[in-house]
Design a binder for this molecule. Structure first.
Ligand SMILES: C[C@@H](CC(=O)O)C(=O)C(=O)O
Ligand SMILES: [Zn+2]
Length: 331
């Protein structure tokens, strides 16, 4: 039986699975606390319980969304396990042996609700993840306009984030897991309903988390399975140390760009509803200061990998090329 540990969202406490790595708790600070502003300015994660970013959606639940979300289509992922490891369909041809870790289908909300109920019996899990768009009904539009845009737009401006790219609606079943990955955008993650565990690692942990190559369908996702880590293949994973927290209704978690995160809908606490606020990163500074920081190095590694894959014009040649370049030479 795997060990467990206890985590709290500041109101309730939860028994969660204990992994092989150590973690520290992510600070939970009021939006009025200067330290909260400082952490965002310095690209450090922080849980903000009192910003009311999506307070106008506090009444959202499956029934209300079903009656008001409109007749648009919603991207829904299906997994026979609890894990929903994202993959980029367009990159599948690059890795002939790639097996899709989950299926995806665009459903009406009504079909999604049916699938949740039917899936339970067939042991299949589903996860709705859809950018909110103009197809939503007028009550959802009014709830959306009621988000605390003053605060989040002020954060965007004072931290020189790029434009808002999208607000994604996430509806997950209890126990669903989004395995550890990083995104190339800043993210204010707003929890609307239910509870999610977040495990975060800074960009410095790149060497310990072994992401797939950039041409791989699972680019940005770690190759390490936290439930069954292959320490032979990924020895530095032993050194991984992270941060974690639980977010509950009303909480906002700032996930800085290039920070790794694994997200777990707490089992036995029912389904979860979340909304993301994704922003392009800060513009590249005119004058580069040295030493480069970790996320600049990740961006550089990504660009080099992409350039090599493009120059070779054959993904199958990249592993040998990279090994010839570094193995035994950069020790
Ligand atoms: C989809 C989400 C994870 C989750 O909530 O399951 C995520 O990775 C993000 O918001 O960057
Ligand atoms: Zn993410």
């Amino acid at each position: 039986m795997s060990q467990t540990t206890r985590l709290t969202d500041g109101r309730k406490s939860f028994e969660v699975k204990k992994y092989t790595f150590a973690t520290e708790v992510i600070p939970r600070l009021s939006c009025h606390d200067p330290e909260c502003e400082e952490r965002i300015a310095n690209g450090l994660p922080v849980v903000i319980p009192d910003v009311n970013l999506v307070a106008s959606a506090r009444h959202w639940n499956i029934d209300y969304l079903h009656d008001n979300i409109g007749d648009g289509k919603f991207m829904t992922y299906f997994s026979s396990s609890k894990k929903f490891k994202y993959y980029d369909d367009k990159k599948c041809p690059n890795v002939k042996s790639f097996k899709k870790p989950m299926e995806q289908e665009e459903l009406t909300f009504d079909d999604f609700v049916q699938k949740i109920n039917k899936g339970k019996s067939k042991g299949q899990r589903c996860y709705l993840q859809q950018t909110l768009n103009e197809t939503v009904g007028k009550n959802i539009v009014s709830d959306f306009l009621g988000f605390n845009w003053n605060w989040v737009t002020a954060q965007q401006k004072k931290n020189s984030f790029g434009p808002l790219t999208n607000n994604m609606l996430l509806i997950g079943q209890e126990g669903n897991i989004t395995p550890v990955h990083y995104d190339e955008q800043e993210n204010f993650f707003a929890q609307v309903y239910g509870y999610k565990r977040f495990i975060l690692f800074p960009p410095e942990e790149f060497p310990n988390l072994y992401p797939h190559p950039t041409y791989h369908p699972c680019d940005r996702q770690s190759q390490v399975d936290f439930d069954n880590a292959d320490f032979e293949k990924f020895p530095k994973f032993r050194n991984a140390t992270g941060f974690e927290t639980i977010v509950g209704p009303g909480d906002v978690l700032y996930i800085p760009i290039y920070w790794w995160h694994q997200v777990e809908s707490i089992p036995i606490e029912g389904h979860t509803i979340s909304v993301t606020f994704w922003y392009k990163g800060r513009p590249t500074p005119e004058k580069v200061t040295y030493p480069l920081n970790a996320h600049q190095k990740v961006a550089m590694m990504r660009n080099i990998e992409k350039m090599i894959a493009q120059a070779l014009n054959n993904p199958d040649e990249v592993p040998e090329f990279m090994q010839n370049m570094v193995l035994g030479r950069y020790t």
